[in-house]
Each structure stands twice: as structure tokens, then as C-alpha cells.
Design a binder for this molecule. Structure first.
Ligand SMILES: O=P(O)(O)OC[C@H]1O[C@H](O)[C@H](O)[C@@H](O)[C@@H]1O
Ligand SMILES: [Fe+2]
Length: 189
């Protein structure tokens, strides 16, 4: 039997950085078609800000193993919509996931393939259980980076297809200074 080595790392709780992790950067240009307000998107694209960064420690895609990653989701809006992660189903759709809030303010939008959506607010210390089959997207509703940890099966994979195409059935927007979850005009069954 070949055993893998255990690993302990300290997440920097201020910046979300995991030492030795693989870093992924997503800019606004990587999110083309994701926001409803296309005019506001084109305008902000001139600056092309970083929307989020992911620091991941990933294993081979094998049944039974676990990956973990922090995400640093920056504050901002495109039109009325708060900055968010792309969002995905798992390629192995029955794989669940756990998120843990570290810093800042935000939430998670979850959705079944039929379009039943749920919104769960997150702050430091919030644990969110993502059940099998639910798509999930995080949203920064605050004015500082929203940082969280996620732990997920190594063989879960990311299925971006249907979210990239029609998004979630709900949008998280600012209305009169309040965070509101409203129906998405882009959603079609
Ligand atoms: O992949 P996205 O939907 O853009 O979300 C960004 C990332 O968020 C978390 O860190 C998840 O653990 C990652 O699996 C995911 O890649
Ligand atoms: Fe996931």
C-alpha cells in the first residue's frame, strides 16, 4: 500500500491565501454573458477588474479523496448585480460540498436543475452544506473582499454549461441600498 502524506496548512485569514496552493484569477472578461446588464458590463470591461481569486489544493480525481480551496471574491457590481462566482453543478452531479465563511459579507445562491433557488447569507463562521445535485454560486454583498473555504470531493468536477447559458433563476441585486433576491429575466425552463 502506497500512502499519501498528510498535510497541514495555515490559511491567511486576512487575505485568504493558502501557501503552496494553485492560484486561479477570474477577471470580468472571464464572465462574459453572466451579468444581465450588458451595457454596464461593457462599461466596466474597460477596467476589467479581478472579480475573484481561488487558491486550491487539489488531488487526483479519485473517488474518496478531498480537495479544498479558498475564494477571495471582490466587492463590486455590474449594474445592480453584485459580483459573483460563475457557479456550477458538479460533473458528478451527486457530489456534495461544504463552504465555510472566513471574512466579509455575502451569500450563496443554490439551485436545482428545475430552477428551485435558495439564498443563504454568509459571514465569518457560517457553514453551508451544498447537497448533491444543487448548483451553487457565491455573491459578495458587502464592501470588502468576501473570503471563504470550500471542501469538496476530488472527483466532483465542475459543470459550468447550463449556468453559463441561462444563469440562475434568481439575481442578487442592490435596490435602494438593500440586498434583494429577485427573479432573473434571463431564466427560461
Ligand atoms: O468555479 P466557480 O463557480 O467559478 O467558483 C469558484 C470556486 O469556488 C470555490 O472555491 C469552489 O471550491 C471551487 O470549486 C470553485 O472553482
Ligand atoms: Fe462546487
Amino acid at each position: 500500500m502506497e500512502y499519501k502524506n498528510p498535510l497541514g496548512v495555515d490559511i491567511d485569514l486576512e487575505t485568504g491565501v493558502i501557501p503552496g496552493a494553485k492560484k486561479l484569477v477570474r477577471r470580468l472578461s472571464d464572465l462574459k454573458g453572466y451579468f444581465v446588464d450588458e451595457k454596464a458590463y461593457e462599461e466596466l470591461l474597460k477596467e476589467n477588474p479581478v472579480v475573484y481569486e481561488v487558491y486550491a489544493i487539489e488531488q487526483e480525481e479519485k473517488d474518496g479523496d478531498l480537495n479544498f480551496a479558498t475564494t477571495v471574491l471582490y466587492p463590486g457590481k455590474v449594474g445592480r448585480e453584485f459580483f459573483f462566482t460563475k457557479g456550477h453543478y458538479h460533473s458528478k452531479a451527486d457530489r456534495a460540498e461544504i463552504y465555510y465563511g472566513i471574512k466579509g459579507k455575502g451569500g450563496m445562491l443554490l439551485q436545482t436543475p428545475e430552477g428551485r433557488a435558495e439564498w443563504i447569507e454568509m459571514g465569518p463562521g457560517t457553514v453551508v452544506y451544498v447537497p448533491p445535485y444543487w448548483a451553487h454560486r457565491t455573491v459578495n454583498t458587502g464592501d470588502e473582499p468576501f473570503i471563504f473555504l470550500a471542501i469538496y470531493p476530488a472527483d466532483a468536477g465542475h459543470d459550468y454549461g447550463s449556468i453559463a447559458e441561462k444563469g440562475f433563476s434568481k439575481l442578487v441585486v442592490e435596490e435602494n441600498g438593500e440586498v434583494m433576491v429577485v427573479d432573473s429575466p434571463k431564466w427560461k425552463e
